[in-house]
Structure formats: structure tokens, C-alpha cells
Design a protein around this ligand. Sequence first.
Ligand code: 5RP
Length: 241
Amino acid sequence: MTPSSHPSVPTAESPRTALSQDELKTLVGQAALKYVVPGEIVGVGTGSTVNKFIDALATMKDQIAGAVSSSVASTERLLALGIRVFDCNEVARLAVYIDGADEIDGKGNMVKGGGAALTREKIVAAQSDRFVCIADESKLVEVLGAFPLPVEVIPMATQRLIAQFAARGGTARTRLRNGVPLVTDNGQHLLDVTGLRITEPRDFEAEVSQWPGVVTVGVFAYQRAQICLLGTAQGVRTMSF
Ligand code: 5RP
């Protein structure tokens, strides 16, 4: 489906009403369908925008072989809609990975992990030929770092990593759920780091990834997006990097 063929997409002829953030997510979730390769397995990310994509994907489930999922939550949604889910290890390469972002810059570098799925997201992205990011326009930034940076960590390294981020000017806090540390799908904890300005995303990702105890840093520069479908008041804006 192309953006202009969907009834909720503003066109030059139709009057424009302000779309809510939820509607913008629906718009880009549907627009991402045109990047799904018929007959193939599609890589599926995690989050509220991806949930819109999964719902749209169900309309063409008979045209795809299935999906590789980046989280327990996405797997459950895919299965509930009758889409077969493959383990990463069963699949050599994926033509496309479709996922949201917490921030994306003008070069396709992203901050991800707001939904706590960054590790599996990076794994599936690394297995994919093309990363298509779907996001509403509030996610587009000049410099990464305004959104608290998620970092999945081995719990015994938490205090040392908090000190390492402090030495870099960041304030790291353990993400809590119901008053206790959130446990990821991989059985680890998450830090959210504020106060960073990530001007060199590749260098930053390379450095922090090597700190002992870091499982995954939520900067996606090595696995950056090649395409971003950005939901705007004017409709879907396609950015290529
Ligand atoms: C999950 C993610 C999400 O893609 C990111 O948090 C964006 O989520 P949403 O679409 O709900 O705004 O990285 O780990």
C-alpha cells in the first residue's frame, strides 16, 4: 500500500487535520509494508510503532514466509496474528528489518532501547541487508543524546558502569519496573543515561561496547538505518541515508 492510497493519509486534495502521535505511528507502520519482500522472512523490531507495523503486516501474512522477532512482546503479537516466527539461527540473512527508534539523526544513526529490546534488536538488524526505521517526526534530532540512552548491562557491573558514564558527563540510573530493576528478555538490567551529547555515534558505540559488563549500548551507528519513514503532518517523509 502506498501512502497516498490510504484513507487517513493527507493528500494535496484533502483537508489536513493535525494527526496525533498514535496516528502518525499507524501511518508509518502501514507505509513500511512496501519494503516487505514477498515470499521472504521479515525482521521485526519492538515498540508501539512496530506494533502498528505488525498489525499491518497481518494483512499480507499469506505473502510472506514469516518473521524474525526482536522481543518476546513482538513474538507474542506476531503469533497472535497468525504470523510464523523463526529463530535467528534458522535464518541466514534477512532482506529487511523494520523497527522504530527513540531518536534518529540526519545520517540514520539512532538511539534505541526505550522498549528494553535493544540487544535483540541489534542482533536482528546485524543480520539484515536493510534497516527501515519507522518513527514519528518527534524522533528526528540533530544530535543524539536528548533521549536517555539505554544500555543493557550485566548487573554485577552496574556501579562501575555508572561511574564510567559519570566520568563522561552522563548520569546513569538503573531502569526500574514496579520499584525493582527491570529484567530484560535476556535476564539482564538496563541503565538509562542522561546528560550525554553523542556527536560521534560510531566512536561512542565502539568505545562503550568495550566496557566490561556492557551487553549492548543503545546507539545504533554500525547498524544504522538506510531508510527512515518519518510520520509528519504532511504525510510520510522518506529519508534515505
Ligand atoms: C524498543 C525500541 C523502540 O523501537 C523504541 O523505543 C521506539 O519505541 P516506540 O515506537 O514505542 O516509540 O528501541 O527497544
